[in-house]
Design a protein around this ligand. Sequence first.
Ligand code: THU
Length: 135
Amino acid sequence: MTAEQLVETAKAAMQLAYAPYSGYKVGAALLCKGGMVYTGCNIENAAHTPSICAERTAFAKAISEGKQEFTAIAVCGGRDGVIDGTFPPCGVCRQVMAEFCKPDFTVYLIHATGWEEVTLADLLPHSFSAKKHMN
Ligand code: THU
């Protein structure tokens, strides 16, 4: 799977978002070691707290199907599903990534005309993890 294919997969996932409260649709495509891809979209809720982000939807799908090694994720979002600028992962999603992914895990931040490639270490420097900080 090329970066471009992962980006297109995230864009398609974004259109499936359930976001009647914010109006912002978000999509993610998570590439596993071995080549499998799991998609995710944000799923909002009238009570707000039960809402889940696109990235964590994708991680929950992958992990619940036995995958725990990941190579990259592509993420996009925008009002009514129209991409303008990048839609970077929130802090909670970054921490979930840090639980399962190495610092060089690739994050493709999609924008209107392409994407920006960053790493998890770029997005979450000095991250807390059980492996590093708990004995
Ligand atoms: N959202 C995501 O899906 N991923 C993020 O990392 C940032 C925020 C969603 C949550 C909410 O449904 C909407 O975007 C607006 O915050």
